[in-house]
Write a protein that binds this ligand. Structure first.
Ligand SMILES: Nc1ncnc2c1ncn2[C@@H]1O[C@H](COP(=O)(O)OP(=O)(O)OP(=O)(O)O)[C@@H](O)[C@H]1O
Ligand SMILES: [Mg+2]
Length: 370
């Protein structure tokens, strides 16, 4: 009988890794070195909840890969282990990118099954308030990547959450997470003053810090002696060059390990790591530019013609004129994805009485081949 395909490849698998899951992006480590100050601040903000008092709202900001999401999740996990009353709902606003969809999630979280479609936003909001009355625990809402919500009902949403106590309901403390430190300043004065958030900055990691982070993660991930001497140093130097991003550092180690494993190598070498860098450049934060859709291309063309930046309204207007028949919602999705992949960058700005976002290319124009 013929050998099964998977049996053939399976012979040597898992000789290098002790536990490769430790290097997965969603893994929350038991220790987060260099984040003691931020952890203490978060504990201080949420400790009151365990004593029947009000928690503080928190605004977390810093560059990508500085441990914002991991630290917040880690502290909330500890909080929920310490006390069984608080329960956190962590939402990524790239996925839940409207007031409506966040309220639907919140209603469901509070024990009130609400469908994603079919109810108006006002109705879902009413459901949330109703379920808050009957809710037996203390809800906390984390809105990660909050910028994605800002021009899509984010302020109204915050208002919904912050005003619950005025109706005799529980306070819902919120943690807002963003790459943009000016985000708080962009909020409507009313919202800002009811939010009264503590700001918490996450600095970029230095090369030395990245090295230590990698060393600790590698200890749990790889069997002893499987990493060649310079691998950690070079991986942290590389991630440091790319903005002190721990995610890149960790991912390059994971990919290097997998490449080494595939080659049946007994060790992870610098050559494996270099190959891993290439795969990362193509994936994390840097979408493969050759696979852009027509809509993405025409959007990028408009942005590239405005090196000084183009605001969201104008971009949509010009984009509609190209004959693209995309909805406002689809437009926002395309923009979000390009932004997440760092093909474009966005900056908050004021326009008249309102707010807007200014877009620029995040990559060299020549690399786009539009
Ligand atoms: N101090 C640390 N110790 C160990 N691992 C860390 C530390 N900081 C970050 N990491 C790891 O680096 C990766 C990126 O961290 P995280 O997702 O929290 O970054 P972020 O600041 O939320 O980035 P983004 O703005 O892109 O969402 C995760 O795998 C996380 O576990
Ligand atoms: Mg994050």
């Amino acid at each position: 009988m013929k050998d099964n395909l998977f049996a053939k490849q399976g012979v040597k698998v898992n000789e290098l890794f002790k536990n490769e899951r430790v290097l997965y992006p969603e893994f929350i480590p038991e220790r987060l070195p260099f984040r003691d100050v931020q952890i203490d601040e978060l504990v201080f903000a949420f400790k009151p909840l365990t004593e029947g008092r009000k928690a503080r709202n928190v605004f977390v900001f810093g560059n990508t890969g500085t441990g914002k999401t991991a630290t917040v999740k880690y502290v909330l996990k500890e909080l929920q282990e310490y006390s069984d009353r608080p329960k956190a709902l962590v939402l990524n606003c790239f996925e839940k990118n409207s007031r409506h969809s966040v309220l639907v999630e919140l209603a469901n979280f509070l024990g009130n099954a609400v469908p994603e479609r079919g109810l108006s936003t006002a109705e879902v909001h009413a459901e949330v308030l109703q379920s808050l009355k009957n809710c037996g625990f203390l809800p906390i809402v984390v809105l990660d990547e909050f910028d994605q919500l800002l021009n899509n009902g984010g302020e109204d949403l915050l208002y919904d959450l912050l005003r619950a106590p005025e109706q005799g309901l529980k306070t819902i403390p919120v943690i807002l997470i963003s790459n943009n430190q000016d985000l708080l300043a962009m909020l409507d004065a009313r919202v800002k003053s009811s939010l009264q958030a503590v700001s918490l900055k996450f600095d970029q990691y230095s090369p030395v810090q990245l090295k230590e982070i990698l060393k600790q993660r590698a200890e749990f991930a790889f069997r002893e002696g499987t990493l060649e001497k310079e691998v950690i140093n070079v991986a942290s130097a590389h991630a440091s060059k790319l903005g002190g991003d721990a995610r890149i550092a960790i991912e390059s180690l994971l990919n290097a390990g997998r490449i080494a494993e595939r080659e049946n190598s007994a060790k992870v070498s610098l050559a494996h790591l270099k190959k891993a860098f290439e795969t990362i450049e193509l994936s994390t934060g840097r979408k493969k530019l050759s696979t852009l859709s027509e809509d993405e291309k025409s959007l990028l063309k408009i942005i590239s013609k405005n090196p000084g930046g183009i605001d969201s309204g104008e971009l949509f207007l010009q984009f509609s004129k190209t004959g693209s028949k995309v909805s406002d919602r689809r437009f926002r999705e395309i923009v979000s994805l390009l932004e997440k992949n760092k093909v474009i960058s966005a900056q908050q700005a004021t326009k008249g009485k309102g707010k807007t976002r200014i877009f620029r290319l995040g990559v060299k124009k020549e690399s786009l081949k539009l």
